[in-house]
Design a binder for this molecule. Structure first.
Ligand code: TF8
Length: 338
């Protein structure tokens, strides 16, 4: 064989092999994807949703169009989840905590002080444990593509600086619509009230609630500093967001269309985590500039709060199943070199 012919043969073989994986124009139908989210366009959630939309349109040659709709204009997380299950909406990104009523394994991510760092969170969420928790959604009519970072949560309120647990007593605290959060914050002595995120700013403004807890990024992007004076650095739990697809709709897509969504979801995840961490690094200084009074807990008080919060561990284990719980602990021990 001449050099030329050999090249031709190998090229043809390579093409034949690649063909099933290569997207053709006919693999894409015109699709309109309503992608809902709860924060505003100027938030980390909004920026990553925009990137996701751009990637999907580009990779599908403009056939798949994503309309990213923020500020809970399509409803709060729980309402969008139901719309996805029913097939009335295609996609969303939102808190895993509000999914617990649908898929109980999601409560794993509500475990206070589960992760010591974002690195640990990435490893668990993107590894076999995260995959298992995600896969459970399928039976409930949802496909979970990837986890984004919401982040480590911190406490704000309008009443007083919180420097010890007793300071929390009687504070009307908004929590996510989730029993682990409700139990956790009742245990700490607050008067915890579950409320949708979309209602939160108004509730803080009118004094219906005194405080809330969310990552620095959200306190900044949702302008909670306008209605909250005190910020206490507690890092009490790491919250993921999850990118969801309606399973009803997903099952009607071609393999090429599904791949475009998955690839764009992964790209948006990598972008979002970086963007969020960069913003979080400067957020405390920014919040102080906006007039918030920021304090950290003394090591002794942090330990007291921690030991109170870890009391909810048993009930989380029971709800997610001991097998998953033990696997999570084993993975973490491995990461920590124990
Ligand atoms: C919360 C969450 C929010 C999410 C978001 C609207 O406090 O931290 O970030 O629900 O999707 O509700």
């Amino acid at each position: 064989m001449t050099m030329f012919r050999r090249t031709l043969v190998t090229t043809a073989a390579a093409l034949a092999l690649a063909a099933p994986f290569m997207a053709q124009a006919q693999d894409f139908k015109p699709r309109l994807i309503r992608f809902g989210y709860g924060l505003n366009e100027q938030s980390n959630q909004g920026r990553a949703a925009k990137l996701f939309a751009e990637q999907v349109e580009k990779a599908s040659g403009g056939k798949m169009r994503v309309r990213a709709i923020g500020a809970a204009a399509l409803g709060p997380d729980t309402q969008m989840q139901q719309a996805l299950i029913g097939g009335a909406q295609e996609m969303m990104v939102g808190s895993t905590a509000t999914l617990v009523g649908i898929s109980k394994e999601m409560a794993l991510w509500d475990t206070p002080f589960l992760f010591n760092s974002a690195k640990e969170a990435d490893a668990l969420l993107d590894g076999p444990v995260g995959d298992k928790v995600r896969a459970k959604l399928q039976d409930k009519g949802l496909v979970g593509l990837v986890y984004w970072e919401n982040g480590f949560r911190n406490l704000t309120n309008s009443k007083r600086p919180i420097s010890k647990m007793e300071d929390l007593s009687g504070i009307k605290l908004r929590v996510m619509q989730n029993n682990v959060f409700l139990d956790s914050f009742k245990t700490l002595g607050t008067n915890a009230v579950p409320l949708a995120f979309s209602e939160l700013f108004g509730a803080l403004e009118t004094g219906t609630v005194d405080g809330q807890e969310n990552p620095f990024n959200t306190i900044l992007s949702s302008k909670f500093y306008e209605v909250q004076k005190y910020l206490t650095v507690t890092n009490h739990v790491y919250s993921p967001w999850i990118v969801l697809v309606s399973k009803k709709w997903w099952d009607g897509l071609s393999a090429a269309e599904q791949k475009v969504l998955m690839d764009a979801a992964k790209a948006s995840r990598d972008f979002e985590r970086q963007d969020t961490r960069k913003e979080a690094a400067g957020a405390v200084a920014e919040l102080k500039k906006k007039g918030m009074q920021v304090n950290e807990l003394s090591p002794a008080e942090a330990a007291r709060m921690r030991s109170n919060l870890t009391r909810v561990y048993a009930s989380i284990g029971a709800s997610v199943g001991m097998e998953l719980w033990n696997e999570t602990q084993a993975e973490l021990a491995k990461l920590r070199g124990k």
